[in-house]
Write a protein that binds this ligand. Structure first.
Ligand SMILES: Nc1ncnc2c1ncn2[C@@H]1O[C@H](COP(=O)(O)OP(=O)(O)O)[C@@H](O)[C@H]1O
Ligand SMILES: [Mg+2]
Length: 628
């Protein structure tokens, strides 16, 4: 049967998560056999004790009491061992799943990750893993109930086969009905977990947007949206619990059947002298393994299915492809090198402006207009000045909707290039492709002589990417900075902070570098966050600096400070900067003007700033900032 194959496939995958599966399963098997025999042993001891009482034989009573005591202590020890072993197994599975899920989130292509709803991912990491890590334990409990019932039934047969048989017959009937009732639980569990994922996503979405919701007076609609999701969870939970309730009701009835049979039929046999009093009580105590435990078996079966449902939600993420550099057909990515340095393919949409030329790049410090002596201490990249060549690059987030269209540009090593264009024209996307965050296809992107389609992960080692919204992790400032370079010394950290114009406010706080950063760095202003982010970028060595509108959400004063830090950071690197700042465009060796995902013009600021160009329409009448 297909579902059975799927279930055994899932169980094999769970096994794959255990560190030493052979040893674990051996221990569990030994425990299982011992725990399964324990009730039969207990019933045997109880029968001996009661029959000794009835026979009024004092020495027999003492001996039987001693055996009974021994069996009870043994049972308690085994029970305790079993619980602790199962808890350890559950925790191990939870840890391994968390690890694997986290790794898969971090290692999947960024594009794919960005499409996953965060709340849903968080709920897979928490509630799904909590449920799914119990899967082996639930299987164990299921097997223990079955084996205990088997051992009990075997001993009951030796006591009185007619009563035992009558009693045992009640079991399968109870089980078959319960199995049928609980079948939909697997599906219902998936539905419930999905609904929980959606409500978490909505909650996160609402909480992160509280400011926007308040400012648009959208509290009611936000609440309504959330309530719709919350109602879906309630509905899914009710649907699932109705199956559990029906199952529980049936098992309540089914579990009483063997007792009724044993007392009724066994009592009749005792009256006829074919069964002792100890025998009846032993049978009743063994019935405990056929009645309630079978009810538990129904529940365990339902729980196994529920755990597997949750596990499948975990594996859905684990099975998403990793961001692995593809190996070219000839097996040699290093041979996919660029052929010539400067031969832009003909591009109908590219309208180079008359006179456009790459100007010789002057010393970047003079460009920055600063003479800060600390700039001399900026770590020089080992392979300074890598050129960038983009040919026929297109890119789409959603299939069929390209946001970059047939882009071809050349950026000489060590130059400063500005990307200009209206919001939404594709600047950030292009920068992320250059940063090796999105794999270029179709078209090619070379940094130096290496093809990013095959070596995007290498690109991440040589590029320094400064995003529009800098991200600080919760933890200490030092940890945030050392993310870029774990071996950075105290002096290097301070130096980077000083260049990024961040040392002063870091030192002003008594925590200094050990100051705690709250979630997402909310304890710092936008400008401070960006300067810290620049310091972090400076600590990473790399030949290409990619800057994406770093001052779009900071005040004017911060903007000035950030740009002067950035201009220092640009020393000795190839720089691509998306910005609306005219001042930077004026300093740039080359400006590429983008519109609707295409490069529509390129040239220096002076070349482009002429009547009739798209660039001049961007510059318009505004002072130091382009429209966009
Ligand atoms: N993660 C994404 N998923 C889908 N579309 C996106 C995503 N990011 C950006 N876009 C779309 O791609 C286009 C270019 O965006 P972007 O590169 O951010 O432009 P810019 O930085 O020039 O403002 C826009 O139309 C935007 O809506
Ligand atoms: Mg952008």
């Amino acid at each position: 049967m297909k579902t059975r194959a799927a279930i055994s496939g899932d169980l094999r995958r769970v096994t794959g998560l255990i560190e030493s599966p052979f040893k674990t399963y051996l221990q569990l098997s030994l425990l299982l056999v011992t725990e399964s025999l324990e009730p039969a042993l207990g019933a045997f001891a109880l029968k001996g004790l009661l029959d000794a009482f009835v026979a009024l034989n004092a020495s027999l009573v003492w001996r039987a009491a001693l055996v009974f005591f021994g069996v009870t202590v043994f049972g308690a020890l085994i029970g305790g061992t079993g619980v602790s072993m199962r808890v350890r197994l559950v925790e191990e599975l939870a840890r391994r799943q968390r690890e694997a899920l986290m790794r898969s989130g971090v290692e999947m292509p960024l594009l794919q990750f960005e499409k996953l709803p965060r709340g849903d991912l968080a709920s897979r990491l928490t509630s799904d893993i909590t449920v799914s890590s119990r899967v082996i334990t639930e299987c164990y409990l299921l097997a223990r109930v079955a084996l205990r019932a088997f051992a009990a039934a075997a001993y009951m047969l030796t006591l009185n086969w007619q009563v035992a048989l009558a009693c045992a017959l009640t079991g399968p009937v109870t089980l078959v009905v319960s199995g049928t009732i609980s079948r939909p639980i697997n599906k219902r569990s998936m539905e419930l977990q999905t609904a929980i994922g959606q409500v978490s996503s909505e909650a996160l979405n609402t909480l992160e947007g509280v400011q926007a919701i308040k400012s648009f007076l959208a509290e009611d609609s936000a609440e309504k949206r959330f309530l719709t999701r919350a109602s879906a969870v309630r509905l899914a939970a009710v649907r699932m619990s109705s199956v559990f309730a029906l199952n529980a009701a049936w098992m309540g009835t089914g579990s009483l059947l063997p007792f009724a049979v044993t007392f009724g039929y066994g009592g009749y046999m005792a009256v006829q002298g074919r069964l002792t009093i100890g025998g009846i009580l032993a049978l009743v105590s063994l019935c405990n393994n056929l009645g309630w435990p079978l009810a538990g078996m129904g529940r365990s079966l339902a729980n196994v299915r529920r755990s597997l449902g949750a596990f499948r939600r975990v594996t859905e993420i684990l099975d998403l492809p990793r961001d692995v550099d593809p190996v070219p057909a000839d097996g040699h990515p290093e041979q996919h090198v660029i052929e010539s340095e400067w031969d832009l393919p003909p591009d109908a949409n590219l309208a180079p402006v008359e006179g456009a030329a790459i100007t010789e790049r002057a010393d970047s410090l003079s460009r920055a207009g600063t003479t800060d002596p600390s700039a001399d201490a900026i770590p020089e990249p080992e392979d300074a000045g890598l050129s960038i060549t983009v040919r026929g690059l297109s890119f789409e987030y959603i299939q069929g909707t390209p946001v970059l269209k047939d882009i071809s540009i050349e950026i000489p090593a060590g130059s400063l290039v500005v990307l200009a264009g209206k919001s939404g024209c594709g600047k950030s996307t292009l920068i992320k492709v250059l940063a090796g965050l999105y794999r270029p296809y179709p078209g090619t992107v070379f940094i130096g002589d290496r093809d990013l389609h095959y070596e995007a992960s290498w690109a991440r080692t040589v590029t320094l990417y400064l995003p529009q919204e800098p991200f600080l992790f919760s933890g200490s400032l030092r940890e945030n900075l050392q993310l870029a370079n774990a071996e950075a010394t105290e002096a290097e950290l301070r130096q980077a902070l000083s260049i990024a114009d961040a040392l002063e406010f870091v030192e002003r706080d008594e925590g200094g570098l050990d100051r705690k950063v709250s979630e997402r760095g909310s304890s710092f202003s936008g400008g401070e966050r960006q300067r810290l982010s620049i310091a972090r970028t400076l600590l990473k060595r790399g030949a290409v600096l990619l800057v994406d509108e770093p001052t779009s959400s900071v005040d004017r004063e911060s903007e000035e400070r950030i740009w002067s830090s950035l201009l220092l950071a640009m020393k000795g690197k190839t720089c691509v900067v998306a910005t609306h700042r005219l001042e930077i465009a004026a300093r740039a060796d080359l400006v590429f003007v983008m519109d609707g995902g295409r490069i529509v013009e390129y040239g220096t600021h002076a070349d482009l700033h002429m009547p009739g160009t798209v660039y001049s329409s961007l510059v318009g009448e505004t002072g130091g900032v382009m429209a966009g």
